[in-house]
Design a protein around this ligand. Structure first.
Ligand SMILES: *[C@@H]1O[C@H](CO)[C@@H](O)[C@H](O)[C@H]1NC(C)=O
Ligand SMILES: *[C@@H]1O[C@H](CO)[C@@H](O)[C@H](O)[C@H]1NC(C)=O
Ligand SMILES: *[C@@H]1O[C@H](CO)[C@@H](O)[C@H](O)[C@H]1NC(C)=O
Length: 200
C-alpha cells in the first residue's frame, strides 16, 4: 500500500511539467505574433498545370494576406484579401487565381512565364507581419513524354504495316482461289460439252 501515494505524486509532477511546457509553448506563440507554415517551398510543374501554393498561418484576429510575384522583370502584386471577404485580384491575374481561407492560392493553367518567386505576407491588425516564399519552376512538356509518344506512334505504324500486309496476302489468296474455281468451272463445262458430244 505504500508505493501508491508516491506514484500519484509522480503523476502529478508529470502533469504539472506538461502544463508548464504547454504554457511555455503558448507564450512563445503569443510573443511571435504571426506564424506561417509552408509545407513545400519549391514546386516543379509543367505547362497547363493547376498549382496550389499551399500555406497555413496562425495569428490573432483576422489578418491581411498579400501575395506578390517576383521574377527577373520585377515585382508584381497578385492578390490581397482578408479571409472571409472578397479578394482583390490584380489585373494581371484576373480569372487565373483563387484564394483559400488558410492563405493558400491556386494558379490555373500556369505557363513558363509564371516561373519565379511567390512571396506571401501575412499582416496582423496590430501591425506585426510575417512573410514566406515559394519558388515555382514551370517547364515545357518533358522530353521523356515526347519519347513515349514517339514509341507509341512507332507501335501504331508497325500494327498498321502488319494489317496492310495481311490484307494483301488475303487478297492474293482470294484471287488465286477465284482463279482456281473459274478453272474448275471451265473444266466441268468442257466435260459437259464433251459428254453432249458423245451423246450426239
Ligand atoms: C525541381 O527540379 C530541379 C531540377 O530542375 C531539381 O533539382 C529539384 O530537386 C526539383 N524539385 C522538386 C521539388 O521536385
Ligand atoms: C490550405 O487549404 C487548401 C484548401 O482547403 C488545402 O488544399 C491545403 O492543403 C491547405 N494548406 C495547408 C498547409 O494546410
Ligand atoms: C484593390 O487594389 C487596387 C490596387 O492595389 C486598389 O486601388 C483598390 O482600392 C483595391 N480595392 C479594394 C476593394 O480593396
Amino acid at each position: 500500500m505504500r508505493p501508491l501515494p508516491s506514484r500519484r505524486r509522480n503523476h502529478r509532477g508529470i502533469s504539472l511539467g506538461l502544463l508548464a511546457l504547454c504554457l511555455a509553448a503558448a507564450g512563445s506563440l503569443q510573443s511571435q505574433g504571426v506564424s506561417l507554415y509552408i509545407p513545400q517551398a519549391a514546386i516543379n510543374a509543367t505547362v497547363e498545370e493547376d498549382i496550389l501554393l499551399s500555406v497555413e498561418y496562425s495569428c490573432h484576429g483576422i489578418p491581411t494576406i498579400e501575395w506578390k510575384y517576383t521574377s527577373n522583370w520585377g515585382v508584381q502584386k497578385i492578390v490581397e484579401w482578408k479571409p472571409g471577404t472578397q479578394a482583390n485580384v490584380s489585373q494581371s491575374h484576373k480569372d487565373r487565381v483563387c484564394t483559400f481561407d488558410n492563405g493558400s492560392i491556386q494558379l490555373f493553367s500556369v505557363g513558363v512565364r509564371d516561373s519565379g518567386y511567390y512571396v506571401i505576407t501575412v499582416t496582423e491588425q496590430l501591425g506585426s507581419s510575417q512573410f514566406g516564399t515559394i519558388m515555382l519552376h514551370v517547364s515545357e512538356i518533358l522530353y521523356e513524354d515526347l519519347h513515349f509518344v514517339a514509341v507509341f506512334l512507332a507501335f501504331l505504324a508497325a500494327v498498321a504495316a502488319v494489317l496492310i500486309s495481311l490484307m494483301w496476302v488475303c487478297n492474293k489468296c482470294a484471287y488465286k482461289f477465284q482463279r482456281k474455281r473459274r478453272h474448275k468451272l471451265k473444266e466441268s463445262t468442257t466435260e459437259e460439252i464433251e459428254l453432249q458430244d458423245i451423246e450426239c
